[in-house]
Design a protein around this ligand. Sequence first.
Ligand SMILES: Nc1ncnc2c1ncn2[C@@H]1O[C@H](COP(=O)(O)OP(=O)(O)OP(=O)(O)O)[C@@H](O)[C@H]1O
Ligand SMILES: [Mg+2]
Length: 275
Amino acid sequence: MQSKRVKMLKNFAIQNQSLTHQVDVEKHKNERAERLMIEQSRLAIMGEMIGMIAHQWRQPITVIGMLTNNALLDIELGELKMDQLVEDLESIDKQVHFLSRTIDDFRNFFRPNKLPQSITLGEIENELMTIVGKSFENNRISLIFEGDKNTHLVTYKNELLQVFLNILNNSKDAFLENRTISPTVCIYLNEAEDKLHFLITDNGGGINADVLTHIFEPYFSTKSEKNGTGLGLYMSAMIVEKHLHGSIGVCSENSTSTFTIIVPKTIDEKGHDVY
Ligand SMILES: Nc1ncnc2c1ncn2[C@@H]1O[C@H](COP(=O)(O)OP(=O)(O)OP(=O)(O)O)[C@@H](O)[C@H]1O
Ligand SMILES: [Mg+2]
């Protein structure tokens, strides 16, 4: 009797061990899949960023090229005036500073924050305009911010900006696809007790009900493979829910799409592991 019980207990322990092992293997697989998705989404956003840098750089590079050619022509014609040359070199120097600043802005963006930071709506507006401003302007898209510019929150700034960027990129894609007349994105900010509500609305044609139900799923995209990985909103939801302790939702009516992001005014923690 005793030995039968011992045998049963032994079997039980073996089964238990094998189950624990299986759980560990599955956990490991999930972690790998998640890391892969994060990597893919980073690459996708990097691709977008390179496009945006190209927009930001086009004008200063043209100015530098023009000033240099003018100076060379003046030298060739023997008409070079020293004061004009100094003025041109100063302009070139200003443009070079601008180019180098954009690189810093974009590089900072790719460094996820380890600690929550205080940021105002006004600063969010400035940061977003630095990144998407030129590309939106070149596509004649208006980006409007409404709400008290001094409202501040304490959060993981770069992660929040990444979520805004994903949503803004989707709006831009919708405008281009539907050839929207007067394309406009509005970001409204409302305060409610200890939370902040961001509403991001675009008039890019709206989102069909069958798309809405899958929109936050990984790899869900209605775009061609080269234009969309389907990870933008999945990652955004992960960031908002897991890292910013908030929630994200979407609705669509009358050819408009509205994303809602609710985040605490202050994230109450001492930092997190950068994913
Ligand atoms: N503002 C919007 N207007 C219309 N459709 C939208 C909008 N935002 C999202 N969608 C739809 O939701 C889908 C999923 O968006 P998501 O950002 O996750 O992926 P994606 O844009 O296709 O690819 P990427 O990973 O490059 O962002 C899009 O393919 C698009 O069909
Ligand atoms: Mg997207």
